[in-house]
Design a protein around this ligand. Structure first.
Ligand SMILES: *Cc1c(COP(=O)(O)O)cnc(C)c1O
Length: 490
């Protein structure tokens, strides 16, 4: 923020004008507006010149941090790089200008994209059939759990109301199970970050609908005993649900279908490169094994006897979970991304995500406490600084990173460690960027010893300084009038 932005926060000046509408030569039209719809007082709009408006919005956009402006160690979970060609394809008139109520015969190309993406995801995950209808990861979880419930229901197995969720799970897992009307039971992790099989065993009985797992889990660790867990859960009649929101590390390498999972969701807006900053739009496709295919929700895209693709419903389906056929723009971007990489290169995405995460972890483990010494997948977790003697916390480190031009990583999650810093560099960052990040993290560890006060008060160079996070969340200043009060020069 420039110094004088604060001096002239109020841009409006009486009588200043940016653009004047042409004079209305049709006097009569004013009378045609019913009196009740006419303004009695002038609209209270800022009175500004065109240049004021241009500078205002350009300056605001410069205050924003995005994946197009800098490195995000938050990874695919929040934002990874999205190739621009996806945007061009999604904006093509042949896709953009269609209507969801058009007859199937007039949108065959669009249904082909839908069907093609389903085929690709089936090949990548080893599942038998997909629906692309859910609008987000959590919506996919709810859909997948409804499919599981429907499966048990169709078999007349109505005692199954329990869903097992590990303590390291993403918060949406227990929430989705609860929304689906199922009872959530937590299973603990062992000290090395994986599911405690001895704690799982006593939970398995004939009331288990399923278990929800993430593999690699939230600590970025691969659950190596997954086949054993799958056999145990299946033996009691339960199903395995896979949270594939962050599927990067396994792309083209390992398939949940082969690990024994029955149902999964993916986040196209994480793994498959759709921007999802600002809360949307998203897409959470759900894939199922063969024995659950009939339970997927309506509508589905299927080949008809007439050689065309059609949207059809199925008698065993789990009803309809979205208005039409999902977020088509996101579906299109994901399909473009997969086809652009192709079968060989998509494998590279997972390997590079894993290599980059391990490189950062090994480079920083002398300065930051690494609670679990294992090869990680796409992400890993530190438990704060190695030397905590000066009282510098994970929050201080995250805020100091902003001064150096990096976005902060996820902090204080997962809850397994008090000072958690979760780092995910993703596959798209260059070695130079990753080295710069490592250097800054090392420098901050040094500053924590030499000038801890500087870190307690960071950031120092951002448009707004350290916020009271609770007040910022609960009582955000979002209107112009409130902001004007906060910005009075002092
Ligand atoms: C992001 C995420 C979700 C939820 O996805 P939304 O699209 O935000 O609803 C679920 N599980 C994991 C592991 C995630 O990272």
């Amino acid at each position: 923020m420039k110094y004088y932005d604060k001096l002239i926060f109020e841009l409006s000046r009486q009588g200043r004008v940016g653009y004047t509408l042409p004079r209305n030569n049709w006097e009569k039209s004013a009378d045609e507006i019913p009196a009740m719809l006419c303004r009695s007082v002038e609209a209270e709009l800022p009175q500004v010149s065109e240049l004021d408006v241009v500078r205002h919005y350009t300056n605001l956009s410069n205050m924003n941090f995005g994946v197009d402006t800098g490195f995000y160690p938050l990874g695919s979970c929040t934002m990874k790089y999205n190739p621009k060609i996806n945007e061009e394809i999604a904006a093509m008139a042949c896709f953009r200008d269609i209507h969801p109520l058009q007859p199937d015969c007039s949108v065959q190309g669009v249904l082909e994209v839908y069907d093609g993406l389903c085929r690709s995801l089936e090949a990548i995950t080893g599942m038998a059939k997909f629906t692309l209808n859910p609008f987000a990861g959590a919506h996919g979880e709810l859909t997948g759990l409804m499919v599981i419930r429907r499966y048990h229901e169709l078999r007349g197995d109505d005692k199954r109301t329990k869903v097992i969720v590990p303590d390291s799970a993403h918060g949406t897992n227990p929430a989705s199970a609860a929304v689906c009307g199922l009872n959530v039971v937590e299973v603990k992790s062992t000290a090395d970050g994986c599911i405690d099989i001895d704690a799982l065993r006593p939970l398995l009985d004939d009331t288990v609908a399923g278990i929800m797992m993430t593999n690699p889990n939230t600590l970025g660790l691969f659950e190596t005993r997954i086949r054993e867990i799958a056999d145990m859960v299946h033996a009691c009649g339960g199903l395995l649900y896979y949270d594939g929101a962050n599927f990067n590390p396994l792309l083209g390498k390992v398939r949940p279908g082969d690990m024994g999972f029955d149902v999964l969701h993916l986040n196209l807006h994480k793994t498959f490169s759709t921007p999802h900053g600002g809360g949307g739009p998203g897409s959470g496709p759900v894939g199922v094994a063969k024995h659950l295919a009939n339970c997927l929700p309506d509508m589905r895209v299927e080949h008809g006897d007439d050689g065309m693709l059609h949207c059809v419903s199925h008698p065993d389906a789990t009803g309809q979970i979205s208005g039409f056929m999902g977020n088509f723009g996101v579906i299109l971007r994901a399909y473009a991304y997969i086809l652009m990489l192709g079968k060989e290169n998509i494998k590279l995405a997972g390997r590079l995500a894993t290599l980059n995460a391990n490189y950062v972890k090994e480079s920083l483990k002398d300065c930051y406490k690494l609670p679990i010494e294992k090869v990680c997948k796409h992400e890993f977790v530190f438990d704060g600084l190695a030397d905590k003697s000066t009282g510098v916390t994970t929050l201080d480190v995250a805020k100091r990173l902003l001064d150096y031009g990096f976005h902060a990583p996820t902090i204080y999650f997962p809850l397994l460690f008090h000072q958690a810093i979760m780092i995910e560099p993703t596959e798209t960052e260059s070695k130079e960027t990753i080295d710069a990040f490592i250097e800054v993290m090392q420098r901050i560890a040094g500053e924590a010893i030499e000038m801890p006060d500087e870190l307690h008060t960071a950031p120092h160079t951002t448009p707004v300084r350290r916020l009271d996070e609770t007040t910022a969340a609960k009582h955000p200043v979002i209107t112009y009038a409130e902001l004007r009060l906060c910005n009075q020069p002092t």
